[in-house]
Design a protein around this ligand. Structure first.
Ligand code: KIV
Length: 262
C-alpha cells in the first residue's frame, strides 16, 4: 500500500499525466469509507451520484438530489486527508444554464469543503465548463456512457460503438479539455477510442470500462469490494464483502438464538 505524501490537487493531476503516473480514483459516500480509501492511498475520492443506486435504493441516478450529494460529500470530506474530493452535480442541478451550474457548484464547494465538481456532457456542456472554470471552479467532465442520460440511451449501454458515434465522443473530449475541465471520466467506450482520446488531449482521462490506456481508473466502491449484487462486466471485485457480511450477521444471529451471545 502506498499512502499519499502530499494532498492531491488539480495541478498534481496534470503533472501525473505528464509523468505517465496512473491515477487511482474510487467512489465513497461516507466518512469511514473515505478514511479507508485514504489509508489505502487513492489519489481521488469521487462522491458519485451512483450513491442513488448503491446506497439509496434507486434504479438510476436521476432521483438523487443536490442535498443528498452535499450530505454525503461533507461526510467524505470529514474522512479524507490527502485525497482530492470530487462531488457529482446531480441530474437537474446544472443542465439548464451555466448560471444554474455555478449556483449549484458554489453551494457544494462552500458547504461541503470538497475540491471539485463533476458534470456529465461534452460539447453541449462547453459553455458551462468554461463559465465555471473561468470563475475558479475545478470541473471534472464525464463523457461516453453518462448515467444521467440512461433514459435517452435506453439502458446502461456501451457508447461510441460506430465511427460516427465514436467521432462525437472524440469531439466531446476535445471540447471539455479545451474549455477548462481539469480531468475527464470516460465511461464505457471502446478501448481504442479511449486510447486515441488519451493521446490527443492535455487533461487526464479516467476510465471505467474504457480499457487500460487511460491516464487513470475509477471504480465504484461497492463493485470493487464485492458488495454489489452484480458487477458490470468491466468492474472487477477485489473482495467478497457481501458474503463476509452476510456470514457474519448470520453467525451472530445463530449465536444469539442459541444463547452463545452475549
Ligand atoms: O457516479 C459515479 O459513481 C460515477 C463513476 C461511475 C465514474 O460517475
Amino acid at each position: 500500500m502506498t499512502q499519499l505524501k502530499k494532498r492531491t490537487t488539480a495541478s498534481t493531476l496534470l503533472a501525473d499525466k505528464q509523468a505517465q503516473r496512473k491515477q487511482v480514483w474510487l467512489t465513497a459516500y461516507d466518512t469511514p469509507s473515505a478514511t479507508l480509501a485514504e489509508i489505502a492511498g487513492v489519489d481521488v475520492i469521487l462522491v458519485g451520484d451512483s450513491l442513488g443506486m448503491v446506497s439509496l435504493g434507486f434504479d438510476s441516478t436521476i432521483p438523487v438530489s443536490l442535498e443528498d450529494m452535499m450530505h454525503h460529500t461533507a461526510a467524505v470530506v470529514r474522512g479524507r486527508d490527502k485525497a482530492w474530493v470530487v462531488c457529482d452535480l446531480p441530474f437537474g442541478s446544472y443542465q439548464q444554464s451555466p448560471e444554474q451550474a455555478f449556483e449549484a457548484a458554489a453551494k457544494v464547494l462552500q458547504q461541503t469543503g470538497c475540491d471539485a465538481v463533476k458534470i456529465e456532457g461534452g460539447q453541449h456542456m462547453a459553455a458551462t465548463i468554461a463559465f465555471l472554470s473561468e470563475r475558479g471552479i475545478a470541473v471534472v467532465a464525464h463523457i461516453g456512457l453518462t448515467p444521467q442520460s440512461v433514459k435517452k440511451f435506453g439502458g446502461f449501454k456501451k457508447q461510441g460503438g460506430n465511427p460516427k458515434a465514436a467521432e462525437v465522443i472524440f469531439q466531446d473530449a476535445m471540447s471539455v479539455s479545451q474549455t477548462g475541465a481539469v480531468a475527464v471520466v470516460l465511461e464505457c467506450i471502446p478501448d481504442d477510442l479511449a486510447a486515441r482520446i488519451t493521446a490527443a488531449i492535455e487533461i487526464p482521462t479516467i476510465g471505467i470500462g474504457a480499457g487500460k490506456d487511460c491516464d487513470g481508473q475509477v471504480l465504484v466502491w461497492h463493485d470493487l469490494l464485492g458488495l454489489s449484487e452484480k458487477n458490470p462486466p468491466f468492474a472487477p471485485a477485489y473482495a467478497n464483502l457481501r458474503e463476509q457480511i452476510t456470514n457474519a450477521i448470520g453467525q451472530w444471529s445463530e449465536d444469539v438464538r442459541t444463547g452463545k451471545q452475549p
